[in-house]
Design a protein around this ligand. Structure first.
Ligand code: UP5
Ligand code: MG
Length: 190
């Protein structure tokens, strides 16, 4: 028998806006499975897979990996889970990403979160992170911000028009921000 249709949440926001941090809180409170597109790509690099070197140079440049590659990784991860509730973190990053995913899965996301954060706050957070990511240096951060600013807004506009976008002010403590996220998912349970 085929699985029930998944419940999909896209998690958007610039580099360092707090997507991964808030996803961890949502997982804990609401039992979603966290699928971070960036983590899947970094796993490909670490496993020396066929696409690894292309992915590495793309991430170093702050550019976007071809949709086909990312969509396949996300789908594989979803299929290997027994859960039916997913947070897709850091994807889609472009209209092309969005269309590729929706075409393959044959559906749209149910909810879209957008963590809206000022650039200087994002830069500060990323530079403080210190986890050895190849893209956490000031040169690459500038490129990531440029790519984000160029490609994110059409996605935000698209889901706003569809009544799916929740824009969250991402300035404040982790807990303060989560208190703005919580009602979105609490409302789904009633
Ligand atoms: N922090 C978090 N919340 C805080 C708060 N409220 N106050 C103070 N500090 C806070 O947070 C970043 C840092 O800030 C952490 O140290 C955290 O403790 C602190 P985090 O939750 O990690 O933010 P996040 O938005 O997840 O930042 P990240 O750097 O992961 O975002 P990116 O979108 O840049 O990275 P991602 O991993 O998604 O993508 C990396 C690259 O992969 C992209 O640039 C791209 O090249 C490639 N990519 C694709 O090509 N396609 C994809 O689909 C996805 C990625
Ligand atoms: Mg992240």
């Amino acid at each position: 028998p085929s699985k029930a249709a998944p419940f999909i949440t896209f998690v958007l926001g610039g580099p360092g806006s707090g997507k991964g941090t808030q996803c961890a809180k949502i997982v804990e409170a609401f039992g979603f499975t966290h699928v971070s597109a960036g983590d899947l790509l970094r796993r490909e690099i670490a496993s020396n897979s066929a696409y690894g070197s292309v992915i590495l140079s793309t991430i170093r440049e702050g550019k976007i990996v071809p949709s086909q590659v990312t969509v396949q990784l996300i789908l594989k991860e979803m299929e290997s889970s027994d859960n039916c509730k997913f947070l897709i973190d850091g994807f889609p990053r472009s209209e092309e990403n969005r269309k590729a995913f929706e075409q393959v899965i044959g559906a749209e996301p149910d909810v879209v979160l957008f963590f809206d954060c000022p650039e200087q706050e994002m830069v500060k957070r990323v530079l403080n992170r210190n986890q050895g990511r190849v893209d956490d240096n000031i040169e690459t951060i500038k490129k990531r911000l440029e790519v984000f600013d160029e490609l994110n807004w059409p996605i935000v506009n698209y889901y706003t028009q569809r009544g799916k976008l929740h824009r969250i002010n991402a300035v404040g403590t982790v807990d303060e921000i989560f208190e703005k996220v919580r009602p979105i998912f609490s409302a789904l349970r009633s």
